[in-house]
Design a protein around this ligand. Structure first.
Ligand code: NDP
Ligand code: AKG
Ligand code: MG
Length: 412
């Protein structure tokens, strides 16, 4: 039986001829999230609604529709249900949605619901902009030099969840197959190994790199860097690099610089690559040299949190999961459920609010999105901040999660 209450006063976002069609009263499905999710969502939704109201004076309005996943799905649907089919169907039907973080247990238990949503809806690009707001406390000397947008492949790599546990019949069969059919003798402890499989495809790589290059072109960015560990994982991460360059040449007219492999698009955008370990030190030492980044799933996960830390932490790190072909998109913060702060009305809601800002821009409601950015800058410059910034800022006024939302609304 359906538990989702479909609002009667809204209309669907649709996709026609590759363009999003957005009514003035779009129905937007949302998942509140686990842990600190409910506190953050309650603060964020007020800010998003206030920005839309201020920008469009009632002419446009988001019609929210709650859908369930994680702990709340358990409460609403019963103990074994974490991601109901009708939640997937709602995101499929209404195209654009937003979610809070959901818990994933370590070692055993359910596989990630967050990853499942991306896979089920084929949201192949995880887009995470990382930019600095003046006044945010940062561990680096010149955080303002960080202005990057991560395009993380979101459906492949070891996140595909193809893993076999040590000691099981499955892993024994797989080890034996590798040894007998392929002569593999490099599994150091075959009796006690678990195995994981890392699928990386040409199609998966090319659609992600295509999105990253198109984004760079549309937003006048300077470069796209393919980040990989292709010296070690030659046919997965190395192929990601090669397919990326190939696509840049075949579809975007890139030509090699000084014999390659770096190349340049006709409009001057540089396509380059970096090995992931070196890249992690370069972003600390020379962040201004990097702009749009296209990378594989695991690298992108690590990189997102590391880069977020450079501009103030994952309290202010937004993101989106997008399929540019079907138009499906779910916006979500980079951070997780921060469970130790659950129910304390304490954490920073900025990551979800800025994910909402990305969603408004994606819907074409840029006036409302701009209001959020302006008010975020103003509020931070007034040193009215949540605990995460307050603990590193001299003279800050520490406010609760909900009070930070109040301050943002007052500053619009
Ligand atoms: N997309 C998703 O839904 C994601 C879900 N997860 C899941 O979340 C759960 C917890 O993961 P964990 O590794 O602890 O990572 P979290 O991102 O949840 O939290 C780690 C630390 O980051 C800081 N932090 C996180 N969110 C905020 C915020 N909104 N404001 C201020 N600070 C924040 C806190 O730092 P401090 O302690 O210094 O105050 C917190 O202890 C796991 O089950 C994990 O799988 C993780 C990532 C993404
Ligand atoms: O799904 C999870 O629990 C973690 C996912 C994650 O860390 C991410 O997507 O950045
Ligand atoms: Mg992560």
């Amino acid at each position: 039986m359906s538990k989702i209450q479909v609002p009667t006063d809204g209309a669907k976002v649709t996709m026609q001829d590759g363009k999003l069609q957005v009514p003035n009263n779009p129905i937007i499905p949302f998942i509140e999230g686990d842990g600190t999710g409910p506190d953050i969502w309650q603060a964020s939704v007020r800010v998003l609604d206030a920005a839309v109201e201020k920008a469009y004076k009632g002419e446009k309005k988001i019609v929210w529709m709650e859908v369930y996943a994680g702990d709340k799905a358990n409460e609403v649907y019963g103990e074994t249900i974490w991601l109901p089919d009708e939640t997937n169907e709602a995101f499929r039907e209404y195209l654009v949605g937003i979610k809070g973080p959901l818990t994933t247990p370590v070692g055993g238990g359910i596989r990630s619901i967050n990853v499942a949503l991306r896979q089920i809806l084929d949201l192949y690009a995880c887009v995470r902009p990382v930019a600095y707001f003046d006044g945010v406390p940062s561990p680096v000397k010149q955080p303002e030099l960080v202005d990057m947008v991560i395009f993380r492949e979101n459906t492949e790599d070891i996140y595909a969840g193809i893993e076999y546990k040590a000691g099981t019949d499955q892993v024994k069969k797989l080890v034996s197959f590798l040894q007998t059919e392929f002569g593999v003798n490099k599994i150091r402890f075959p009796e006690t190994s678990s195995l994981g499989i890392k699928p990386v495809s040409e199609e998966g790589t090319k659609r992600l790199v295509r999105a990253a290059i198109q984004y760079a072109i549309d937003n006048n960015r300077k470069s796209v860097t393919l980040v990989h560990k292709g010296n070690i994982m030659k046919f997965t991460e190395g192929a990601f690099r090669d397919w990326g360059y190939e696509l840049a040449k075949e579809e975007f007219g890139a030509v090699e610089i000084d014999g390659g492999p770096w190349c340049k698009l006709p409009n001057g955008i540089i396509i380059k690559d970096a090995i992931a370990d070196a890249f992690l030190q370069q972003i600390l030492l020379r962040p201004a040299e990097y702009d749009v980044v296209a990378t594989l799933n695991l690298n992108g996960d690590y990189l997102s949190d590391a880069l977020a830390a450079q501009v103030g932490g994952i309290g202010i790190a937004p993101g989106a999961n997008i399929n540019y072909v079907t138009g499906h998109a779910i916006f979500e913060a980079t951070h997780g459920t921060a469970p130790k702060y659950a129910g304390q009305d304490k954490v920073n809601p900025s990551s979800v609010i800025l994910s909402g800002e990305m969603m408004l821009r994606h819907l074409g409601w840029s006036e409302a999105a701009d209001l959020i950015l302006q008010s975020m800058s103003k509020t931070i410059s007034q040193k009215t901040v949540t605990y995460d910034f307050a603990r590193l800022m001299d003279g800050a006024k520490e406010v609760k999660c909900s009070e930070f939302a109040d301050a943002l609304i007052a500053n619009m």
